[in-house]
Ligand binder design. Structure first.
Ligand SMILES: *Cc1c(COP(=O)(O)O)cnc(C)c1O
Length: 375
């Protein structure tokens, strides 16, 4: 018998498909929608999620490191797989062996790829990352012209695309993204005088809030998984069809007990009952992605009602107050993320309690727990 955990992350394939299709419509026909499946698809499972997106028409995928790309390629014969975080020169060969597309930001890697291309008697297409205002990875705009010139001299390497990244596209009305896009267009024009380049800069915020920046391809992450980059504000603002959160996280009640007023709960007794209370012990802790910062702050759903987390979250356990909920017994389903009855707890709400963003919540739950895909 397969022994399964008390805790399970469930991913709705139909929500992923819905989100992909919605984003493709928003980006417009002819714009490629690259699915960012780094971080195990933000906790949704890289392989499974990529298959769902591919079935919905996706041909472009993005990961951080080569190892992820190789793993994805092993189950996906077709499709472009972009490696966004570079590589060590001695790893150049892997791009040829596994048909991966490198995103480059220095000449050392371009040179290493050129050397390998000659050895393999092949040509490799690279995408160049430009830092147009993110203040992170990429060459600076005024280095682009000479970089591209040097690149053209390197045998076996062709420039297939140019990209940048928005730091503030989640800000609905920010002029920052507009200005950065103008700079990107200038740079792309300089880089691609004679050659046709795939230009891409838009992330989820770009597609949703700055649709004029979609260019040839967009790189969507959080929105594919059903969340707005600016959280609940974005969801409320949206008037048309909405993104659907794909992940839920469920557990079960381990033990139920009634305790008198004045009972200290969990390590440090940071919570002491102020009246006779009924408590449920849950087999979920920070080891399962339930951040300790949710101690005395978070809530879960039991019987469709909210039960507040009391006291410190432990490694494998936490305690919730069920005084207001009738008839809870061990084995009852607990929803930590997702819907139960008429109520839902979203990744944005949990992120709010943690002073974080939905991205982190999805990674925390999704990358540790047993995962199951549902229709
Ligand atoms: C993660 C990532 C994205 C996707 O960002 P979202 O806000 O999740 O849509 C796009 N581009 C790059 C380079 C990234 O690293």
């Amino acid at each position: 018998m397969a022994i399964s955990s008390y805790n399970q992350v469930r991913v709705s394939a139909s929500a992923l498909t819905h989100n992909y299709t919605l984003l493709q419509n928003l980006a417009g026909k002819g714009v490629r929608v690259l699915a960012m499946v780094k971080a195990d698809a933000y906790g949704h499972g890289m392989i499974e999620a990529a298959k769902v997106f591919a079935a919905a028409g996706c041909r472009d995928f993005g990961v951080a490191e080569i190892g992820e790309g190789i793993r994805l390629r092993s189950v996906m014969e077709k499709g472009n797989i972009f490696i966004f975080l570079g590589f060590r020169p001695e790893e150049s060969r892997l791009f040829f062996d596994h048909k991966l597309i490198p995103v480059i930001y220095d000449l050392e890697s371009a040179t290493a790829l050129s050397r390998e291309a000659l050895k393999q008697n092949q040509v490799i297409s690279v995408h160049l990352k430009v830092d147009c205002g993110m203040g992170r990875l990429g060459i600076l705009p005024d280095e682009v012209e000479s970089f591209v010139h040097t690149l053209q001299e390197l045998p076996g390497v062709v420039l297939g695309g140019i990209l940048s990244h928005f730091p503030r596209a989640d800000e609905y009305n920010s002029m920052h993204s507009v200005e950065q896009f103008r700079r990107f267009e200038e740079v792309a024009a300089k880089a691609g005088d004679k050659i046709s380049l795939v230009r891409h800069i838009a992330n989820s915020g770009g597609v949703l809030y700055f649709p004029d920046t979609c260019c040839d391809m967009v790189r969507t992450g959080i929105s594919l998984y059903g969340y707005y980059p600016d959280g609940q504000t974005g969801r409320k603002r949206e008037k048309g069809e909405k993104l659907q959160p794909a992940m839920s996280f469920v557990s079960r009640v381990l033990q139920v007990k009634s305790v008198p007023a004045g009972t200290g709960v969990s390590y440090g007794h940071t919570y002491v009952t102020d009246r006779e209370s009924r408590l449920a012990v849950l087999p979920v802790g920070y080891e399962d992605g339930l951040s300790r910062s949710l101690s005395n702050r978070g809530e879960v759903l039991i019987h469709g009602q909210r039960a507040p987390i009391r006291g410190r979250i432990c490694m494998n356990l936490c305690i919730v107050d069920i005084s207001a909920i009738e008839g809870v017994v061990p084995g009852d389903e607990v929803v930590i993320l997702g819907c139960q009855g008429d109520d839902c707890i979203s990744g944005d709400e949990i992120a709010g309690w943690m002073d974080s963003i939905s991205y982190e919540v999805l990674c925390l739950f999704g990358n540790i727990n047993e995962r199951k895909y549902t229709a």
